[in-house]
Ligand binder design. Sequence first.
Ligand code: UDP
Length: 405
Amino acid sequence: MIKIEDYASVVGQATIDELFALARHLEGKDIQNINSTAVGGGVAEILTRMIPLLKELGVHARWDVIKGNEKFFVTTKKFHNGLHGVPVEISDEELEDFLEVNRENAKEMNFGDIVFVHDPQPIALIDVRETLGRSWIWRCHIDFSRPVERVWEFLERYIKKYDTAVFSAPAFARRLPIKQVLISPSIDPLSDKNKELSSDVVDEVFNRFGIDRSRPVITQISRFDYLKDPVGVIKAYRLAKKRVDMQLVLAGGGATDDPEGAIVMEQVQHEAEKDKDIFALFLPPASDIEINALQRGSTVVLQKSLREGFGLTVSEALWKAKPVIAGAVGGIPLQISHKYSGILTHSIEGTAHAIKQLINEPEYARKLGVNGKEHIKNNFLITRHIKDYLLLFISLFHKEDLVYL
Ligand code: UDP
């Protein structure tokens, strides 16, 4: 069981003391997080780590997951794609259904003093606020720098009803009549996904999947989602492989709120069947040690997203001092400074070129990884994230005191 004090070994005791001092200002406040899946994807990943640590700090934090049927999640996936700029058709009936599921969930919920709503799926819970009068925050983890207008207009009606909106990157801020706050996500350096592993554990995982560690391995860990571009990754691998030997690992699972995963996975598997050096691995939930080992044991880690709210997998790999090649989209440029702490790409060809370069120039690749790790340590660890959230929560209760904190 990891304790908050254990993080002192990574970030220093003063940081931990500061968190305790801030947490005292929230005594007696009930902080409720709401999202739409308990496993799979970055939001669940963060909440799983964040809630126990907040509790240890003495904050009354909790986490509820809304219930939805298949139709609801098809609609919310359309929102997700539409906010990412993918053309989608959403009928009035689907929108009405979406609202009805939110209303049903609202009836069963015991709302906190702060209602911290993550992403669009539960966004319309805010419709009950008139009768409850609490502080409502909408936390957006999505890259919506170029949203489809109809989706944006629909969601904007609800966003406006919140007190505050939190975004992951400056590029996502939009004209809104409410307060906007920028808070980047984070990774937990002591979790099973990110803690140090012995080389025996890494070897065991590679052996189990039949991957040869004596040859270069390039890896992308992601939900199977079009916007993670696994097929683009395969194309880049094929181009690069004309010049350099390597194996490709595409590993991931689904999320309960993502109905498209199975179709994308099938496409990837179809491609993998043609090439024994492509490993399409379906990972069940709780594969943290496997993901950790795959990232640690890879020569290069990829995150060739076409859109990305933040891209926790980038921080995860950089924390392991791995050279990372990633799409220059959404929150990824916050994590990678091009050619200093990783490589940012805009195309399949660019990705292929970077793969060849990093495999051929291990010293350069090593430097990128070392710089990347330092950057993550300074900016994207969970302790910084907790501090930002505590300050945000406090600001909702003690507007006049904040200056003295
Ligand atoms: N992840 C996981 N299992 C999988 C695929 C991904 O645990 O099969 C984790 C991954 O390690 C990362 C998170 O889920 O911690 C994905 O977050 P990210 O921000 O990269 O993307 P999202 O899925 O939220 O779009």
